[in-house]
Design a protein around this ligand. Sequence first.
Ligand code: AMP
Ligand code: MG
Length: 330
Amino acid sequence: METQILGCSRGSLARAKQYIEEGEIVAFHTETVYGLGANAFSDEAVLKIFALKGRPSDNPLIVHVHRDYDISALIGGEPPYAAALRAAFLPGPLTMVYPSAGKVSKYVSCGLGSLAVRVPSSPTAQAFLREVDLPVAAPSANLSKHVSPVTARHVYDDFNGKIPLILDGGACTGGIESTVLDCTGEVPQILREGLVTREMIASVAGDCLVYRLRAGERPKSPGMAYKHYAPRCKTAPCRSAAEAAELYRAELQAGGAPCILAERGVAEELSGYDVLDLGGTGEEMARNLYALLREGENRATLLIGVEPRLRGGVMAGVMNRWKRAFGETS
Ligand code: AMP
Ligand code: MG
């Protein structure tokens, strides 16, 4: 199968709609990362996503809809705080988990009894979702465990020949996946941190919990239990420029090609080395992280990550991905 990368046009949207109606998979731009979309009503199409990605069968998918799509038939009701959060943050990088009405394919939620819904703000995603006018089940458009894709090229690198179409909307401006928020309880609870922060949610809903997986417990959001976001080269986490320089020299001596990923100040300190600048603010680091992890794996045998020191706001989401790409630093 030939994989086409097309910008948003009447022709490409019509083609995307046809593919989705035929049970095919279409990758599309969103403001967070690229998604791998299928008709959420079709068992066959949804199962195709799991097969293509090599995704574990207990890791549920998020359903994507356009801003005017009426989700009330898909969900079993919503608490008042959820309606307020929708008004405040949607369309945008916030996924809301509701009791499921059982209308979409059972493979979307992997038997959880809940349904995750997202309304992306990317104009490309909106145009695509409006054209198909169906709920589109879509995980990130990367092979399972690999780094999430933030350009059409990244999607192509993982799925060339496997899907017919990538709707190209340029580089993703958000850069990390949506915040996943459980809206089935009395108080909203973050299952996965992202660009919509706990503080932002609490300012609208009055309160917001953050779910922490305890050892031995079955996770509320199964995806959080998996190794993820891993570059294909060796990785080495560390905490300082000096430590990074030492690891760098050892790799050079062993005949390898090291590369360092570090936040702006540290990257400047290491200007004589092959270094990738993650950025100076939380938003910059979110936007750059996946693109630089992919850049690093393409040009290095060892990617050395100097753990960013910045905290607060979107850094909770950035650090969650960082730790799962590099492992915990002791
Ligand atoms: P991805 O689309 O690859 O970013 O993964 C979707 C994330 O949303 C995973 O971490 C899932 O575990 C989570 N998710 C999807 N549906 C649900 C749900 N019904 N309940 C809890 N978490 C969910
Ligand atoms: Mg993913």
